[in-house]
Design a protein around this ligand. Sequence first.
Ligand SMILES: [Zn+2]
Length: 482
Amino acid sequence: MSLEELASRYEDIRAKLSEQFYFQKAGLPFDKDLMKSLSGEISKVCLEFLQKYKEPRSMYLESVSTIAQSESLEARLEFEEKRMAIIYTEKYQLDGKKVNWGNWRQFNSKVDDPSKRKEVFDEFLTKAPALAPWVEKRFRISKEVYARYGLTPLDAYLELEGFGYDELRELLMKLGDGAKEAFLAAAEHYAPEVLGKKRYEYYDDYYTWRGRIYRPLNKYFEGMHPVKKVLELLTSMGFDPRKIKVDDEDREKKSPSAFCFSIRVPDDVRVVFRRVSPFSDFGSVFHEFGHGIHGISANPEDPVWKRYIVPMNVAETFSYLTESMLEEPLFLQEELNLGKAEINDILDRRKFMKLAFLTFYAANGIMKMEFWRKEYNAEEAAKRWQELTKRFFLEVPGSYWLLHHIMPNYEMYSPSYVIAALRVMTIKKRLREEFGEKWWKHPGAGRFIKELAETRGEFNVREWKLDPDGYLKEYTALSFLK
Ligand SMILES: [Zn+2]
């Protein structure tokens, strides 16, 4: 097969396969056997590509990753089963079901008695090391696949994202260190209200904060529909967001977190969400529609690899840019009709979560980078992660990493989100300079974003200088810390 034929075959199988994953996540009937056979088929296409071609490089790296995903599929499923079987407690129930790994975050957001949350945390942490053999097996398989092509998962990740090891590690160190003090001070401020106790402690994880801190904001957003608001915004910017299919139905097996699937780029892009709570729905709907406009802005004439193989830090740039409208005081005031006190409350809480994000992501990202570079086993990884938590926020028992939903499941924990967040700040600065304080009302701004989105896999990741100092300055400025 020629390169073009292989690429178009890849596109077809990929579309069918991602539709099955889409059905699964959306809580719709899906076909597991079809999923497995498609995964085998796409793997074959990738193998043929790797045997015949070295370029385009993005397609090469993506092919290695696809084969690693396919060969580790069984081990990953096995790990997920073990996790459900091992991580549960007999002591507490939530809506008539035992508290286990799956509903742990809901438990933490719903249960106001901190001693109960502590008890569950401690029990799960004691059980976590039992998962180590499956996690190690799963990573051993990826490592072997990448090694066949003279790569490690870390090398491939860094190359595709366009960042060097030292550069990225130093950036994370700087952000983690720089956010620490303000984060801890703000955590003390919010602890009584959000955690129901005087102090922030090791078992109050990132997700506990996130699940609880936005509750007082719900009352401001109750009567507003996030999809309606985001459609208004994007339409006024010159996009055609009606091309994005939206599924907001409530189904039992539907994922509680919103997501966007670009099944065919640019013609079949779908956003799915489920109402959880008014304020966080706004955040997730705006975020996912950002992915949506990125998908529909692709040029159908571009080659497959340019349309589909996009570094994660580029993909998240468009979602963060749209989501960050909720941090624009003028947007909140004029488009959502909120008052000054409400706007300040929103900004403080979002800034606080950004500080939590920087400190947590610094520890997770650095640990996973070193995991591959220094070839840690699960226990060494736990020890290192614990040290990093102590450095960036507060010492947390290291086995926690095995209970996270990304760290033990994916080769890399993505510092890409941090890069995207910093890049968005630079892009918005430029938009403000060129199109004014209310840049989103200027037709030039929409055109500008659309052109950037269209570059897809050829987005110039070096074009936008990241400004960690400026970022820290902005996000450590909470109104009550002055
Ligand atoms: Zn995203």
